[in-house]
Write a protein that binds this ligand. Structure first.
Ligand code: FMN
Length: 225
């Protein structure tokens, strides 16, 4: 295997896993992954990341609180908008294809709101993952630092692959910033960006058979010479 194959293999083997085994992950392994990920570049090397590693009873408590809020449809103000207010082409088609693709894999019919809500609720059970990483950023940092943060998050997910682990990035947690902040002691001077569920894949879970496609190069690249 040449160097490109090794790097590309690590990148393309990362996918969002939505069914994990309960097998624990050691603090040593998590620390190794986070230390490696921290080699992400950041503008002026300011390293804007703050990570909360949530496991064991704390993870269960976080899950219980979030599931309660989800089931009772408790309203909470989001701290940032992940998506456009007005969906439009070509994004809306890609979004629908991904959502319906997953539901089709799971046998959920279009319009079955109850089954869709239950699947969405799996976010708050962290898809069974034993480790939840919660990411916060200081509110006074600007868009550039969010750019840096994305690189750090990707490094975590790719490094995890190197340890035989899988991940699922989850913005769903940002629907309930108040619950997350209160439980983890995150101040109001920070925004909860997202979480990453991490653990060993349950390969018998149907959701893990789903592989969303990617658009072709000619749809997003212009070569100039
Ligand atoms: C920042 C971020 C937040 C995401 N939030 C969620 C989420 O809350 N729940 C979920 O099931 N997937 C979530 N995803 C996963 C995307 O749906 C997924 O990355 C996309 O469909 C491509 O699939 P792949 O990751 O398997 O390649 C998120 C992805 C990113 C990058």
């Amino acid at each position: 295997m040449d160097e490109f194959d090794i790097v590309a293999g690590a990148i393309t083997s990362r996918r969002s896993v939505r069914g994990f085994l309960p097998d624990p992950v050691s603090v040593e392994l998590i620390s190794k992954i986070l230390a490696t990920a921290s080699y992400a570049p950041s503008g002026s090397n300011i390293q804007p990341w703050n990570v909360h590693v949530v496991m064991g009873p704390k993870r269960d408590e976080l899950s219980r609180l979030l599931l309660d809020a989800h089931r009772q449809k408790l309203p909470e103000a989001r701290e940032y908008e992940y998506y456009p207010v007005q969906w439009r082409s070509p994004y809306i088609e890609r979004r629908r294809a991904t959502g319906w693709g997953l539901y089709e894999t799971l046998g959920i019919q279009k319009g079955d709101r109850q089954a869709s809500a239950a699947q969405h609720g799996r976010n708050y059970a962290f898809f069974g993952a034993p480790v939840v990483l919660v990411f916060a950023i200081d509110k006074d940092l600007r868009q550039g630092s969010w750019l840096d943060y994305g690189m750090f998050l990707q490094n975590i997910m790719v490094s995890a692959r190197g340890c035989g682990l899988h991940t699922c990035p989850q913005a769903a947690i940002a629907n309930y910033p108040g619950i997350v902040k209160r439980l983890l002691g995150i101040g109001d001077d920070q925004t909860v960006i997202c979480a990453i569920s991490m653990g060993y894949e349950d390969s018998s879970c149907p959701a893990n058979q789903f592989r969303p496609p990617r658009i072709d190069l000619d749809e997003f690249v212009v070569f100039h010479s």
